[in-house]
Design a protein around this ligand. Structure first.
Ligand SMILES: [Fe+2]
Length: 366
């Protein structure tokens, strides 16, 4: 996000490896697939030069999986070796080491770990930077993610009837130029682009996404470092490329998949958004950011917000009660003491395309 803009407005500035850590590609075996995935934590925006006590609260939730969804480090540069040194600071954090002993970590970058603030596909060293990122997050040398352009990935966890698909987008590697607009004091925000040829995911990632949606799953957590639903703030968001945002919804509608929940970060606050009319059911998005710093009292317009946002340091939590006749998805955000900041329960039957609700209930009892 436009961290410098926030800095002006609010007056603020936005692995040594554990032996027991689980290589990312081994996640499928690290998580017992006979056990449904029911506790997924996530977070974003963690400055390695700041204290990170929040990891204790994350570990206390006993997550089966942690999604680290962007701005995993700060230190804006396109020099991969400088980034590598910043990752060493994160890797040395005792709390982060404890998390790695607790559960597997899936990571994707946003602008500050990818390159510099708000950067897209113009990054001159993005291929080398991808390897630095994957090195730190212990992606095996032979992982196919190392040979693709961008670090998008998808996995399905859990038995038939209780499957969770985690789909993680790379919103940086292929993103084209945004339409800039002056906001105040010479600082720049973004407005919706009228050029429908500007990419966000890139064609290869779109094709990959469509293939993932053909895989059966009851719940699909779709992870984007930047926000998907909010469209009336001037910072980075899918709505700056409205044709790509609509393509996302159209792809999901066409695939007739249920159980979709979006997860995002980047915004330096925690909030829940709900938009009607873009999917065949209400679209929910849980945003958690940041783990070491937030935006304070800077205005944060969001016409789709449900309830109040949290401006405390936070992490997100998705818990799923598979034992209910109608599985319940609890979307919440907690602060660094583990105190609940916002919470919303959504029934899986509420997240179904027309005519699909009975299928979910029947399968969930298997
Ligand atoms: Fe960001």
């Amino acid at each position: 996000m436009t961290w410098r803009l926030l800095a002006v407005v609010c007056g603020l500035g936005c692995f040594s490896f554990e032996p027991a850590a689980v290589p990312a590609e081994d996640l499928a075996s690290a998580i017992d697939h006979s056990m449904p995935l029911s506790t997924i934590a996530f977070g974003s925006c963690a400055n390695q030069d700041l204290p990170q006590p929040i990891w204790e609260a994350v570990v206390a939730t006993k997550p089966q999986l942690f999604l680290f969804i962007g701005d995993t480090i700060y230190g804006d540069t396109t020099n991969p070796e400088e980034k590598r040194r910043a990752y060493e600071k994160l890797g040395a954090k005792p709390g982060y080491q404890k998390l790695k002993r607790t559960c597997p970590v899936f990571a994707v970058w946003d602008d500050h770990d990818y390159g510099i603030n708000d950067m897209g596909g113009e990054h001159p060293n993005k291929a080398r930077m991808q390897q630095v990122f994957l090195d730190f997050f212990e992606e095996p040398d032979d992982s196919p993610i190392r040979s693709q352009e961008g670090i998008y990935r998808a996995n399905i966890f859990g038995p038939v009837g209780r499957r969770v698909q985690v789909i993680i987008f790379d919103t940086r590697y292929h993103r084209g130029p945004l339409s800039r607009v002056n906001i105040a004091n010479g600082y720049v925000g973004y407005m919706p682009s009228e050029d429908t040829t500007v990419p966000l995911l890139g064609e290869m990632q779109w094709q990959w996404f469509e293939e993932q949606l053909k895989q059966p799953a009851e719940i699909r957590l779709i992870v984007s470092s930047i926000q998907v639903l909010p469209d009336n703030h001037p910072l980075e968001k899918w709505a700056n490329l409205p044709h790509e945002r609509e393509r996302l919804f159209a792809t999901l509608r066409r695939a007739e998949v249920g159980g979709v929940v979006f997860l995002s970060g980047d915004q330096h606050l925690g909030e829940l958004s709900r938009q009607k009319g873009v999917l065949d059911y209400d679209a929910y998005e849980l945003t958690s950011s940041g783990m070491t710093h937030t935006r304070g009292n800077v205005p944060a317009p969001n016409r789709y917000r449900v309830g109040r946002p949290t401006r405390e340091k936070n992490f997100g939590l998705v818990t799923i009660n598979w034992n209910a006749d109608d599985p319940r998805i609890r979307l919440s955000v907690q602060n660094e003491q583990g105190a609940m900041q916002l919470q919303k329960d959504v029934l899986l039957s509420e997240l179904q395309p027309t005519g699909n609700s009975m299928n979910v209930q029947a399968e969930s009892r298997q």
